[in-house]
Design a protein around this ligand. Structure first.
Ligand SMILES: Cc1cc2nc3c(=O)[nH]c(=O)nc-3n(C[C@H](O)[C@H](O)[C@H](O)COP(=O)(O)O)c2cc1C
Length: 173
């Protein structure tokens, strides 16, 4: 059994990143479970909250990552970089310094955009950051014109090349 925890960097109700995470079980090898972690109760990072004041949602998030075999980060590109939500998630998981749970993990990174850029800039930045913490990126999936590659009314990828990319990345965990 391979247990994956997934994070979306968008709270938008129709977020392509959240929808892509929801689609992943169809492309994962048998015996893989993928759980989307609910970030709604995770506050902005504040070092005052470390220690006894650590929010329950952060405790749960860190425990989920510690126990997982791998992590999926679906990261929208905002102004050529991370969304605040993606960066906040990584910042919480990077602390305490040197002991953060997001290290020596296998990680898959997805970025999708309706535009032509395919999220290449944010993916490059995340891959660099993950390497800094000693993680192994098992796959990156960059998607341009995502609105043409998913079903309009279901969280299903309709583009066979994208489906193959997701299968390849998930098989690498
Ligand atoms: C503040 C902001 C900045 C954006 N900057 C970029 C960008 O630099 N490159 C890009 O390809 N798309 C950019 N976009 C478009 C997003 O890729 C698009 O809104 C995408 O659907 C967001 O992901 P979501 O569907 O999961 O919410 C930006 C969107 C917003 C809201």
């Amino acid at each position: 059994m391979t247990t994956l925890i997934a994070f979306t960097g968008s709270t938008r109700s129709a977020s392509f990143h959240t929808r892509l995470i929801n689609s992943l079980p169809a492309y994962a090898p048998e015996g893989t479970s993928i759980a989307l972690f609910d970030l709604s109760e995770v506050p902005f990072y504040n070092q005052d909250l470390e220690g006894e004041a650590l929010p329950d949602a952060v405790i749960a998030m860190r425990a989920a990552v510690a126990e997982a075999d791998g992590i999926v980060i679906a990261a929208p590109e905002y102004n050529g970089s991370y969304s605040a939500l993606t960066k906040n998630t990584i910042d919480w998981l990077s602390r305490p310094m040197g002991q953060g749970v997001l290290r020596e993990k296998k990680v898959m990174v997805i970025s999708a955009t309706p535009g032509p850029g395919a999220g290449a800039r944010v993916t490059e930045q995340i891959v660099g950051l993950l390497g800094f913490f000693g993680n192994t990126v098992v796959g990156t999936v960059n998607v341009a014109t995502i609105h043409e590659k998913m079903s309009a009314d279901a969280d299903v990828v309709t583009d066979s090349a994208l489906a193959d990319q997701l299968r390849t990345a998930l098989a690498a965990f």
